[in-house]
Design a protein around this ligand. Structure first.
Ligand SMILES: Nc1ncnc2c1ncn2[C@@H]1O[C@H](COP(=O)(O)OP(=O)(O)OP(=O)(O)O)[C@@H](O)[C@H]1O
Ligand SMILES: [Mg+2]
Length: 232
């Protein structure tokens, strides 16, 4: 479904991504973890067309998509959400979904039911809780009918109950055959939904495999668990 090969990206002298390669199959849920500044969000920006890599290739459904615009990729079925939630706070929940995909109004009810906001359709988005806002941002991504969904720290700032709610949505999307890649610092929540994880450190992949093996890997422990984080 998605094949990332040798992605390298520098910001001036800073090597944000260094020869990153991995693959994700249809319906798979891949977790991406790593310390702050490891390059996780940059990787999403490259995959989703917001940043052009210096080197490397991204193949989506077998087609090279490097250099394609985010809007083009969204039409192809590849869409991301942002670490900082982006919704239109002065518009209602329903209106936000319509903005995301005005061609598909019939789809609205299905999405609102899935994200648990059907009864809040008329509510102004600015009045939603953090968990509801997060679900709305995911709903907006779903409105484009993605085949691959990239979620950047979806569990951040959520209560235990809201996190459970979100886990159920992610599991449902897995069942629906949507491929998901999830960046997350909250490992317990991530490991509950991800089949496999990729660990980034200083722009490099230092581990790829099952979550249960990642937490025992020495390089991962040193890079990720051995240092204090500002968040998570
Ligand atoms: N547009 C940019 N210009 C310059 N430097 C950038 C830019 N975007 C990111 N960086 C730097 O690249 C590195 C990787 O950043 P990135 O946001 O990808 O990290 P991250 O793994 O998502 O971290 P976090 O867990 O804190 O979200 C950091 O050192 C960051 O400061
Ligand atoms: Mg980030």
């Amino acid at each position: 479904m998605l094949k990332v090969n040798g992605i390298t990206k520098k910001f001036g002298e800073l090597q944000a991504l260094n020869n990153v390669s991995f693959e994700v199959g249809k319906g798979e849920c891949l977790g991406i973890i790593g310390p702050n500044g490891a390059g996780k969000t940059t990787l999403f920006s490259v995959i989703s067309g917001f940043l052009r890599p210096d080197k490397g290739d991204v193949r989506f459904k077998g087609i090279s998509v490097v250099g394609k615009k985010p809007s083009y990729l969204a039409k192809m079925g590849l869409v991301r959400t942002f670490q900082l939630i982006k919704v239109f706070k002065n518009m209602s929940v329903g209106e936000n979904l319509l903005v995301a995909n005005s061609n598909n109004p019939d789809f609205e009810k299905e999405i609102l039911k899935l994200i648990g906001l059907w009864d809040k359709k008329e509510m102004i988005a600015g009045n939603l809780s953090q968990g509801e806002l997060r679900r709305l941002s995911i709903g907006m991504a779903l409105a484009t009918k993605p085949k691959v969904l990239l979620l950047d720290e979806p569990f951040s700032g959520l209560s235990v109950k809201e996190a459970e709610n979100l886990s159920n949505i992610i599991k449902q999307l897995e069942k629906d055959g949507i491929t998901q890649i999830i960046i997350e610092h909250k490992l317990k929540e991530l490991f509950g939904v991800a089949d496999r994880v990729l660990v980034l450190n200083f722009g490099r992949v230092i581990f790829e495999g099952f979550a249960r093996d990642a937490v025992r890997d020495e390089k991962v422990i040193e890079a990720y668990f051995g240092q204090k984080h500002a968040k998570g």
